[in-house]
Design a binder for this molecule. Sequence first.
Ligand SMILES: [Zn+2]
Length: 139
Amino acid sequence: MHQLDDCIFCQIAQGNAPAYKIHEDELTLTFLDIFPATAGHLLIITKEHFTDIFEARPEALARVASNSVLMTKALEKVIAPDGLGIYQFNRACAGQTVFHYHMHLIPQFEGKDIGIHSKQAGDPEQLAAMAEQLKAAIQ
Ligand SMILES: [Zn+2]
């Protein structure tokens, strides 16, 4: 599997960098964004390094899509948001900031204008607790 040593998402996929993991299979990994736009903001990545959709394998992205449905059900159980934004950016001009394919799932709430990236890191204890709750919700 193609992975890069200097890519933070490859390091997380290899278990060489910490993450608040929620779900994992042979093709994908799901974990919390450590700069959450809102509680429950999570990322689904391919384990293989694809810079963006332009070089991604369709089978890996199909798994990202099916796991997004799985995670939507977990978010509904744990957070019950009013809505859910699903975002996926390719190349810098489209807003991509980490150059390893990933999909954002961001719970949305009525009356709150939520961006994609928070400037503030999430509280580690809250992130750990949220990851545990979501993990439990998909089992
Ligand atoms: Zn990577």
